[in-house]
Design a protein around this ligand. Structure first.
Ligand SMILES: Nc1nc2c(c(=O)[nH]1)N[C@H]1C(S)=C(S)[C@@H](COP(=O)(O)O)O[C@H]1N2
Ligand SMILES: [Mo]
Length: 946
C-alpha cells in the first residue's frame, strides 16, 4: 500500500519540534506565568509561514511488526531489572511530521509500594497517580496540573486508569498467542467467523494510528458526590487523557466476517474476571460498522505496546464515547440481535433520571434495563487547569495572566466556543481555542510501527482542545470567580446547574474557580473539589458553612436568596417524628420527667425522651436537663442542624395533649437570691457599653438586675445567650428577625458584680461567607439599651479549685491542665486559668496553654496571659502559634496551625491527674482530640471540649 501524500508544512518546524513536556515540565509552577508571553502547553502554532518544506522522501510504505519482544516496556524494564531507558523510548514520529510531541519517559519501571500484597503487585505504576478507590482495584487520575502540563498527549504513566478488577497478567508468549474470537452468536449472524491473533490483525488489515482522547463517564463526579453521595467514586477533573492509538479499524474487521441481516449489535468482552462475570458492553452495529465512528482494535499506545493497565495486549478504542465502551484485554467480538447482556453493560455507564436517587436505583432494577438511559457519546465539557487549585497569584495590576484549560465534546463534534465569565455568569467573553488534533489533518504518511497516519480526509474531533484567555491581574483582582463553559457544534452548551444523578456521571455544569482576595493583595484560587478523598475545594467549604454548593455565589453582592435558608428548607423536609408513635402524653406525665435521670422535653408539641442520649449529646447533658419537662422548641430550633433534627426523631415517644405555651414555666427552687443566672428561665440583660479590642473583636457589657448581683457562673461553665436579629421595617431596624442562640463564656470575673462582659469576634460578611456569622452579627447590631436574654449555667466541666474539677458529674483530682484554643476560644480557658492562679490555696496545679491565632494582633487577652506566665514561670507554660503571613521579626513562639509536634512539645504528657481542655473551631477541636487520643489521653474523661 502506498499511503504517502505530499504535504506542506504550514509551521516553523523549530517550534513544533520542541518537545511539549520539556517546555513546561521543568517549570514546576507551569500554571503561574509571570511573563507576558503566554506559556502554552502546546507548541505555538504560528500561521504565516511561506516556506513549504520538502516532499516526503523515503518512508517505509508497508507496516511491519512492533519491536521484539512485543511486550510492554514497563514489563521488559521491570523484568530485566536493568536500566530501563533503552526500552522506554517510544517510536518517534518522522522528523518532518509536525505533530504534538509524545511525552518521553512515559512508562513507570517500579512497583508502587501501595500495590504490594494486591493481585496487581506485578504492575509497575507511577506513584504520582491519585488513587480513588484505595489500593485496589486501581482507579486513578493524575493531579490536574500534572496532566495539563503534559500537553496534548498524556504519558502512559499519567493516563487515567479505570479497572473494575485485577489486571489480567499476560506475558510475552501469552500476548503472541492472544486470540480474539470474532463471530455471530448462536443464531449465526455472520458468514465468516474468525479467531485472530494480533499478528493476524496486523497482516489482514490496514494498520492505522489515530490520536484519541478517552474520558471516563465519571469525570468530575466528585462535584456531584459533595452535593450528595452517588453510587460512584470521586473522580476529579483529570479522568481524561489522550494518546496515539495504533491498531486496525473495527469496521474493516466487521466487514471481513460478513455480517448477516439481524446483526443489530456488536458485543465486546474483556479478559478480566470480575465478580459478576467478564467486563463487556456493546455498540449498535450500524455505528460500529461505520468507519466514521472511528472505532479501532488497538495494541499500540503512544508508539509502544499497551501497558497492562490499559488493556495489554489488545483493546477496543471507541473515540468520542465514554471510556467505558473501550473494552480492555479484548477477548471476544460477537454480532448479536440484542445488546450486550454483561452485568456492567446494564449496571454501569447509565445516567438515570434525576428523581431516581441512589437507594431507589439500587432497589429497583428496572431502571438499569431501560435502554433510554444508556450513555454513549460524551457530552460537552470543560475545566480550568490554570490557575491550579491553591495557586497563589501576586502581581502588578497591569500584568497579564493567562487562564487555561481543556474542553471536549462527544461523538466527533468540534468545540465551537469556550466562554469565560469573571462575574459569575452575568457576562461572557470568548476564549481562544487550540485544536492540536488538527495538526494531524495536514499530513499523511506510512510508518513501520504506526502504519497509516492519515486524518487528512477526516473531519471528526475525537480529542480534547485547549482554551486560553488572557486577563489582567487587575481584573482578576476584582473578580469573585473564574467560570468557564464550552459549546459544541450541535450548539450543546454546558449548563449552569448540575444534573445530579444516581451514578454521578456526565457531570458538566460550568466549571468554577473561586478567587480569594488575600489581605496582602495576592489571590488564592480554589477549584470546586480535589479528586478522591483529598480535602479542599469550595463545594465542601460551602456545604460546611451550611450553604448550598449547587448554587454557589462567590461575590459580595451575594443576595440572600441564593443562600440556602436552612430553617425554611429543613422545617419542611426534616421529619422530627418517628413513624408509628401514637402515644398521647399528658402534662402531668411530662412533669414527672424533669429530673436528670430520665429527662423528657417537648419540641413542636412532640415529646422526646433524652435519657439514652444524655451522654452522647454534643452540647453536653446539662443543656438537655435544663429544659427537662419543658417546651424546648425555641432552644432546639435555634441551634440545631438538619442532621440533629433528623436525629431527634429517634427519641420521639409521643404527642403532648394540650400545649405548654402561655403557661408559666415551672418555678424553680434553685432560684438563688443575689444571683442573676437561672438554669431554666431566659432573663433579659440590656447592653451598657461596647469596647473595641481588635479590628473585629469587641467586648460587650450587659447589665444584671442590680449593681450588687453576681452572675452565678461556676468556673469553666458557660451561659446561653439568645437574641433576635434585626430587620429593616420602614427605614428602621427592629428585632423581628431570626432568633439565634449560642453558648458563651464571659470575660468578666467571678467576683465582679452588676454586669457581664462578653468578648465576641464578629464575622462580617465576606465573599466566602456572604451571610456572615448569624449570631455575632446580631451582637454587632445591638445598640445601647437593647437586651439579649441569658440562661444557664451550662457545661460539663467545672473548675472547683485546689486541684479539683467536676468532669461529667464526677469530682476528679487534676494537677496538670493542658489547654488548646484558638481566637475567642481563649475565654473559657482564661476563666480556668484564673481559677487556678488566682486561688491562693492552690500552689501546685500546673497549666499549659497553646493559643493559636492568625496574626499577632489577633491574640485576645494577651496582656493578661503574658502577665500570668511571667508571674508563674514554673507552673504556667504559655505558647502561641501564628498561622498568618505577618510574623513579627522577633517572634519566638510557634508558627503554623496546631500539629502533633506542637502538642507533644507544649502540653503535658498524658498522666493520671491531667486533663486537656479545647476551645476553637470544631474541625480544630476534632483534629486535636484525635491527636491527643492517639498520644494516650482518654477521649472522654481527659479531653474536654468546651
Ligand atoms: N475489560 C475492561 N475494560 C474496561 C474497563 C474494565 O474495567 N475492564 N473499564 C472501562 C472504563 S469504565 C473506562 S473509563 C476505560 C478506561 O480506560 P483506561 O483505564 O485505559 O484509561 O476502560 C474501560 N474498559
Ligand atoms: Mo469509565
Amino acid at each position: 500500500m502506498q499511503h504517502i501524500r505530499k504535504f506542506v508544512s504550514k509551521r516553523k518546524s523549530s517550534i513544533a519540534k520542541k518537545p511539549v513536556v520539556e517546555e513546561v515540565s521543568e517549570d514546576n509552577e507551569s500554571c503561574s506565568n509571570d511573563s507576558k508571553e503566554p506559556l502554552s502547553p502546546l507548541p505555538s502554532s504560528s500561521s504565516d509561514d511561506k516556506s513549504s518544506s520538502s516532499e516526503e522522501s523515503s518512508l517505509p510504505s508497508t507496516t511491519t511488526t512492533l519491536p521484539e519482544p512485543f511486550y510492554p516496556a514497563t514489563l521488559q524494564a521491570f523484568e530485566a531489572n536493568g536500566a530501563p531507558e533503552a526500552c522506554l523510548q517510544p517510536r518517534v514520529l518522522p522528523d518532518t511530521f509536525e505533530a504534538p510531541a509524545i511525552p518521553r519517559d512515559q512508562v513507570s519501571s517500579a512497583i508502587d509500594a501501595q500495590d504490594k500484597g494486591t493481585p496487581d503487585q506485578w504492575v509497575p505504576r507511577d506513584p504520582r497517580m491519585v488513587r480513588l478507590t484505595g489500593k485496589h482495584p486501581f482507579n486513578a487520575e493524575a493531579k490536574l496540573n500534572d496532566l495539563y502540563s503534559q500537553g496534548f498527549f498524556t504519558s502512559t504513566n499519567l493516563f487515567f486508569v479505570r479497572n473494575h478488577g485485577a489486571v489480567p497478567k499476560v506475558d510475552a508468549q501469552m500476548a503472541r498467542d492472544w486470540k480474539v474470537e470474532i463471530s455471530g452468536n448462536f443464531v449465526r449472524l455472520c458468514d465468516n467467523p474468525v479467531t485472530f491473533t494480533i499478528d493476524d490483525f496486523r497482516k489482514s488489515f490496514e494498520v492505522v494510528t489515530v490520536p484519541i482522547t478517552l474520558v471516563c463517564a465519571g469525570n468530575r463526579r466528585k462535584e456531584q458526590n459533595v452535593v450528595q453521595k452517588s453510587l460512584g467514586f470521586s473522580w476529579g477533573a483529570a479522568g481524561i487523557s489522550t494518546a496515539l492509538f495504533t491498531g486496525v479499524r473495527l469496521a474493516d474487521v466487521l466487514d471481513f466476517i460478513r455480517p448477516k441481516r439481524g446483526a443489530k449489535h456488536v458485543v465486546f468482552e474483556g479478559g478480566d474476571s470480575l465478580p459478576n462475570g467478564p467486563y463487556g458492553t456493546s455498540q449498535l452495529a450500524s455505528w460500529a460498522r461505520n468507519p466514521r465512528h472511528g472505532m479501532i482494535l488497538a495494541w499500540g499506545m503512544n508508539g509502544l505496546p499497551l501497558e497492562p493497565d490499559h488493556g495489554f495486549p489488545i483493546r477496543l478504542v471507541v473515540p468520542g464515547q465514554i471510556g467505558g465502551r473501550s473494552v480492555k484485554w479484548l477477548k471476544k467480538i460477537e454480532l448479536s440481535a440484542i445488546e450486550s447482556q454483561h452485568h456492567l453493560h446494564f449496571h454501569d455507564n447509565k445516567v438515570l433520571p434525576m428523581p431516581v436517587g441512589p437507594d431507589q436505583a439500587r432497589a429497583e432494577k428496572s431502571w438499569w434495563y431501560d435502554p433510554r438511559y444508556i450513555i454513549r457519546d460524551l457530552n460537552v465539557n470543560s475545566a480550568v487547569a490554570c490557575p491550579d487549585h491553591d495557586e497563589i497569584l501576586k502581581g502588578n495590576v497591569e500584568d497579564m495572566y493567562t487562564l487555561r484549560g481543556y474542553a471536549y465534546g462527544g461523538g466527533g463534534r468540534r468545540i465551537t466556543r469556550v466562554e469565560i465569565s469573571l462575574d459569575e455568569g452575568t457576562t461572557w467573553e470568548l476564549a481562544e481555542i487550540q485544536y492540536p488534533e488538527d495538526q494531524f489533518r495536514e499530513f499523511a504518511f506510512d510508518d513501520a510501527i504506526y502504519g497509516k497516519v492519515d486524518l487528512t480526509d477526516n473531519d471528526q474531533c475525537f480529542c480534547w482542545s485547549f482554551w486560553s484567555f488572557q486577563v489582567t491581574v487587575e481584573r482578576l483582582g476584582e473578580s469573585p470567580a473564574i467560570v468557564v463553559r464550552a459549546m459544541d457544534e450541535s450548539l450543546a452548551l454546558q449548563p449552569r446547574d448540575m444534573y445530579w444523578n444516581a451514578t454521578g456521571m456526565m457531570n458538566n455544569w460550568w466549571f468554577r474557580v473561586c478567587i480569594h482576595h488575600l489581605d496582602d493583595g495576592s489571590m488564592r484560587f480554589e477549584h470546586p473539589t480535589m479528586a478522591g478523598t483529598q480535602p479542599g475545594g469550595w463545594m465542601q467549604r460551602l456545604k460546611d458553612q451550611g450553604r448550598d454548593p449547587t448554587k454557589p455565589v462567590f461575590g459580595n453582592s451575594a443576595s440572600n436568596e441564593t443562600v440556602r435558608n436552612d430553617d425554611a428548607v429543613e422545617q419542611e423536609v426534616v421529619s422530627m417524628t418517628k413513624p408509628g408513635v401514637t402515644r398521647k402524653i399528658t402534662k402531668e406525665e411530662l412533669a414527672e420527667h424533669t429530673g436528670t435521670d430520665n429527662p423528657w422535653f417537648v419540641v413542636k408539641g412532640e415529646v422526646y425522651d433524652a435519657t439514652e442520649y444524655l451522654a452522647e449529646h454534643p452540647g453536653g447533658p446539662q443543656s438537655i436537663t435544663l429544659v427537662a419537662g419543658e417546651d424546648a422548641t425555641d432552644d432546639f430550633m435555634a441551634i440545631h442542624s438538619a442532621d440533629a433534627r433528623r436525629k431527634l426523631a429517634e427519641f420521639h415517644i409521643g404527642t403532648l395533649v394540650g400545649s405548654l405555651v402561655g403557661e408559666d414555666q415551672p418555678t424553680d427552687d434553685s432560684d438563688k437570691p443575689g444571683v442573676f443566672l437561672h438554669p431554666k428561665k431566659w432573663k433579659p440583660s440590656p447592653l451598657i457599653s461596647v469596647k473595641e479590642v481588635s479590628k473585629d473583636s469587641k467586648i460587650f457589657r450587659f447589665a444584671l438586675e442590680g449593681d450588687d448581683q453576681a452572675l452565678g457562673l461556676p468556673t469553666g461553665q458557660h451561659v446561653y445567650v439568645r437574641l433576635k436579629r434585626k430587620v429593616a421595617r420602614s427605614g428602621k431596624k427592629v428585632p423581628e428577625g431570626d432568633l439565634v442562640q449560642r453558648a458563651y463564656t464571659p470575660l468578666s470575673r467571678q467576683h465582679e458584680k452588676g454586669f457581664i462582659d462578653m468578648l465576641v469576634k464578629i464575622y462580617y460578611p465576606t465573599p466566602d461567607f456572604p451571610t456572615g456569622g448569624k449570631m455575632t452579627l446580631g451582637f454587632a447590631e445591638l445598640e445601647e439599651g437593647d437586651a439579649v436574654e441569658l440562661k444557664g449555667p451550662i457545661g460539663h466541666f467545672t473548675w472547683q479549685g485546689d486541684g479539683k474539677a467536676l468532669i461529667h458529674g464526677t469530682t476528679t483530682v487534676v494537677r496538670e491542665v493542658g489547654m488548646v484554643c484558638a481566637g475567642s476560644g481563649i475565654t473559657p480557658i482564661l476563666q480556668v486559668l484564673r481559677g487556678i492562679f488566682e486561688d491562693p490555696s492552690d500552689t501546685t496545679t500546673k497549666a499549659w496553654v497553646l493559643d493559636i491565632n492568625r496574626d499577632f494582633d489577633d491574640i485576645l487577652c494577651r496582656e493578661e496571659l503574658d502577665s500570668l506566665a511571667a508571674r508563674y514561670p514554673s507552673r504556667l507554660s504559655l505558647r502561641y502559634s501564628l498561622t498568618g503571613k505577618n510574623i513579627p521579626g522577633d517572634w519566638s513562639h510557634s508558627v503554623g496551625r496546631v500539629n502533633v509536634d506542637m502538642l507533644a512539645t507544649h502540653l503535658p504528657g498524658p498522666g493520671k491527674e491531667g486533663v486537656v481542655c479545647l476551645c476553637g473551631p470544631p474541625p480544630m477541636e476534632q483534629s486535636v482530640k484525635d491527636s491527643l487520643t492517639a498520644m494516650g489521653w482518654h477521649p472522654t474523661s481527659q479531653i474536654i471540649i468546651f
